[in-house]
Design a protein around this ligand. Structure first.
Ligand code: SF4
Length: 498
């Protein structure tokens, strides 16, 4: 199978660039022409993907790894030589170039006179974007004349319960997606040809909407949002239809939306506050918050998602909590702080659960920001430790979620459609900054720090410094909740007297 390219549009593309272009032509343009505008963040998931890839290779016998990055690397020639060598059973990172598109195949496994093309994923389910991914590979590899008999996705077995004494047998599942890929690659060949034909030397005009997060969060989102002004309509929360309607009317800035054009109460509130430049606070927030009993336990967790299970009785891609912070506020106004951090590299769950139960007592609201995460962690700990189950589930019964209260009753135009704690805090308490913290300023940084320490990538001094930074970060998360509640009540009192 071939796909045609116009002579004028011939440009060398990687698989990632093709997939970016399939998502958005502007994204491809920016990747090729203005990569410096990308805001990419180091994610612990990237390292985890590399480890999954390496482990996957051990499930295939007699494989040879192609040298992609060495000083004398000739990956395409080396791959061709390996394909032609009947002694080679499998090729890892096999490189192919066809019609100006490059792909590297995770595993190419010999199957008689043809090959199985295998893509390894850290996920436990098959996503549509994976079919795009392997279809591009299939088109390129088959285009070079290498016969492909099967296309497979190698994913992680979500039902596996890991036991250290049994190793990683059964960790991977191979799913045959050949039929889907053959059908899909016909459509994809046309789309890629179109993509190449439409590649221009000028930046396409596209605006931020749902396509910017699907299938990948676009690294150029802040750049595109800034192009639409300080208050882009894409900041309206949960507004896919409204945003399309506004774009169709040539409206890109929230301040340019005519009165009466929005129907959702939240959108109308965001629009109104953005126009006036003033925060809005409903006194009902204070009434709800003042009803909370004492002592109040403000709680936050940090957890690590391990694609490859590391401890007994854990599954692939399970979240493992390794840190909590708790501010305890008493009725007389005094505030105590307790925390837990386990960076030993051993299973932290049991100690995490026991210490959590001990600190939270038997009564009083357990206040969190966006309860889904904390409740999910506590529930999985309860399943893990049946003797602690009642005490843990009792904690879940006491959880009070602060997010819906803030979302319903407070908005500041600088929040730009987001009620995340990191957006709310500087609006209510400009002197409290996450940016004043050390090497850990958000959840991703916390996960990276945990992995660096437990993998032995940090020296003793670095481990001590990172541990202190982890404690300070989590402490600020819970202190921020205390401060937000107090500030909302204070502002409400002030409003009542003016
Ligand atoms: S942010 Fe959206 S519009 Fe902008 S390049 Fe990315 S996908 Fe395209």
């Amino acid at each position: 199978m071939t796909w045609k390219t116009s002579q004028s549009a011939v440009m060398h593309l990687t698989k990632s660039a093709v997939l970016a272009g399939l998502q958005c032509d502007k994204r491809l343009f920016l990747l090729l022409n203005r990569p410096e505008l990308a805001k990419t963040r180091h994610s612990p998931l990237a390292q985890s993907g590399i480890e999954v890839g390496k482990l996957a290779r051990t499930t295939v016998s007699d494989g040879v790894l192609v040298d992609r990055f060495g000083a004398d690397a000739q990956p395409y020639d080396q791959t061709q030589a390996l394909v032609n060598d009947p002694q080679v059973n499998a090729i890892f990172e096999a490189g192919f170039r066809y019609q100006d598109t490059d792909v590297f195949v995770d595993i190419l496994e010999r199957d008689g006179d043809s090959w199985n093309l295998i893509e390894v994923k850290s996920s436990s389910s098959i996503k549509d974007t994976y079919i795009d991914d392997v279809s591009v590979q299939y088109l390129v590899v088959a285009g070079t004349g290498v016969a492909i008999s099967r296309v497979e996705l190698m994913i992680l077995n979500r039902n596996l319960i890991y036991r250290t004494n049994q190793g990683y047998d059964g960790l991977f599942i191979r799913e045959d997606v050949t039929d889907r890929v053959i059908v899909h690659s016909h459509l994809l060949a046309d789309r890629i040809a179109q993509l190449r034909q439409n590649m221009t030397s000028t930046e396409p005009e596209r605006h931020v909407d749902g396509h910017c997060n699907k299938p990948f969060p676009c690294e150029f989102k802040s750049y595109c949002e800034q192009q639409d002004g300080d208050y882009p309509v894409s900041a309206l929360p949960n507004a896919a239809k409204a945003i399309q309607m506004l774009y169709a009317n040539g409206i890109y800035d929230i301040r340019n939306i005519p009165a009466g054009m929005l129907s959702s109460e939240t959108h109308i509130r965001v629009h109104r506050a953005t126009l006036t430049g003033q925060a809005e606070l409903d006194d009902e927030a204070a009434r709800v918050l003042n009803r909370l009993d004492y002592p109040r336990y403000y709680l936050d967790f940090e957890a690590i998602n391990l694609a490859i299970p590391r401890w007994d009785n854990s599954r692939p891609n399970q979240q493992h909590p390794f840190q909590w912070s708790c501010h305890i506020q008493y009725q007389d106004g005094t505030l105590a702080h307790e925390d837990f951090l386990d960076v030993s590299g051993f299973d932290p769950r049991r100690k995490f659960a026991e210490s959590l139960i001990a600190v939270c007592g038997h009564s009083g609201p357990v206040i969190v920001y966006n309860q889904q995460f904390e409740k999910g962690i506590i529930k999985s700990l309860a399943i893990q430790s049946s003797d602690l189950s009642d005490a843990l589930l009792a904690l879940n019964q006491r959880i009070f979620d602060l997010l819906p209260v803030v979302k319903k009753y407070y908005y500041h135009p600088h929040m730009k459609g987001s009620w995340s704690i990191k957006k709310v805090l500087p609006c209510l308490l400009p002197d409290l900054h996450y940016s004043d913290l050390g090497a850990v300023q958000d959840g991703l940084m916390a996960q990276s720090a945990y992995l660096d320490i437990t993998a032995g990538r940090s020296s003793t001094e670095q481990t001590e410094a990172l541990s202190a930074d982890l404690r300070e970060y989590c402490k600020l998360d819970t202190y921020a909740m205390v401060a937000i509640v107090d500030r909302l009540c204070e502002l409400s009192r002030h409003q009542a007297t003016t």
